[in-house]
Design a protein around this ligand. Structure first.
Ligand code: C2E
Ligand code: CA
Ligand code: CA
Ligand code: CA
Length: 272
């Protein structure tokens, strides 16, 4: 129990004990899971409006553990950022995705892959080298790769310089950078000013209320026009219905992603 100062003892509820316990188990098991190759990657198609085809697949990490069940990224990534294993997860997902991209481009047709990078990964001074090493090892040209950075994570001013240098060097090699979750954080404009971003993704939060809230429609329209005025490629994520697709197309987005186009699936379940 916790002494709240007023003489009364307040106990942590059974539920919060369970959450703490699950967090501790994830923390404890993650390294072994990575070493045993227990993590998986699933891929979701992104549909390019102008060419009328799927031109990219976004990679998401998955972990299905016997004891824990599915550990989804929203639960896993914050823990990995804290215990440092985010770098290993990032390297694992990139290697899988780059292998796939190289194979698809060689045997099938031109297609890119996008990988979610925690901005925290770029605070590692050897991030650039690590990315280039993986691309070399998998024989994947850098131009097949996009890295999606979320604006949820705020950099320290001192960190920003080294982060932007590494990103610019990767961009020179051909890697493209995407600002993820656009509109949900406070740092969008700052990131667009200082980082080599060529593409923005409007968060699914806005897409979900697009047809029910008139204000959201104006907001999304404004985000699209803003992106275009900055010469960015604009993607809408979380598109689940034909109605949402049609209105976004009319508003001029460059690409859409979401269950309406296809849910994330394992590579074996994709035919391109
Ligand atoms: P995100 O990058 O914004 O990804 C979109 C999330 O929405 C994914 O959840 C995806 O499975 C889900 N989604 C896709 N289409 C739809 C739709 O039509 N409707 C709805 N309701 N959801 C849809 P997921 O896979 O659970 O990932 C959550 C977040 O975790 C991601 O958000 C991303 O920020 C992060 N994440 C996922 N995989 C990785 C990874 O390998 N590394 C890092 N650093 N972060 C990752
Ligand atoms: Ca492998
Ligand atoms: Ca993403
Ligand atoms: Ca999002």
């Amino acid at each position: 129990g916790i002494d709240n100062g007023g003489g009364k003892i307040v106990s942590l509820s059974a539920a919060s004990h369970q959450v703490l316990n699950r967090r501790a188990i994830i923390d404890h098991k993650l390294l072994t899971a990575l070493n045993r190759n227990d993590l998986q990657v699933v891929y979701q198609p992104q549909f390019d409006i102008k060419s009328d085809e799927v031109t990219l697949f976004e990679a998401f990490v998955r972990w299905n553990d016997d004891e824990l069940g599915y550990v989804m990224p929203d639960e896993l990534i914050p823990i990995a950022e804290e215990n440092g294993l985010i770098h290993e997860i990032g390297a694992f997902v990139l290697e899988e995705a780059a292998t796939l991209a190289a194979d698809w481009n060689a045997r099938k047709r031109p297609v890119k892959v996008a990988i979610n990078s925690s901005a925290r990964e770029f605070t590692n001074p050897s991030m650039k080298e690590s990315v280039l090493d993986i691309l070399e090892k998998t024989e994947c040209p850098a131009t097949y790769i996009q890295l999606e950075i979320t604006e949820k994570f705020a950099f320290q001013a001192e960190e920003e310089k080294s982060i932007s240098i590494q990103m610019k060097e990767l961009q020179d090699e051909g890697v493209e950078f995407v600002l993820d979750d656009f509109g949900t954080g406070f740092a969008s404009f700052r990131y667009m000013q200082h980082l080599p971003i060529s593409k923005i993704k409007i968060d699914k939060l806005f897409i979900q209320s697009l047809l029910t809230q008139p204000k959201t429609q104006q907001l999304v329209d404004g985000m699209i026009q803003f992106g275009k005025s900055m010469s960015m490629y604009v993607v809408a994520e979380g598109v689940e219905t034909k109605e949402q697709f049609d209105i976004l197309k009319k508003m001029g987005v460059d690409a859409v992603q979401g269950y309406y186009i296809g849910a994330p699936v394992t590579a074996e379940d994709i035919s391109i």
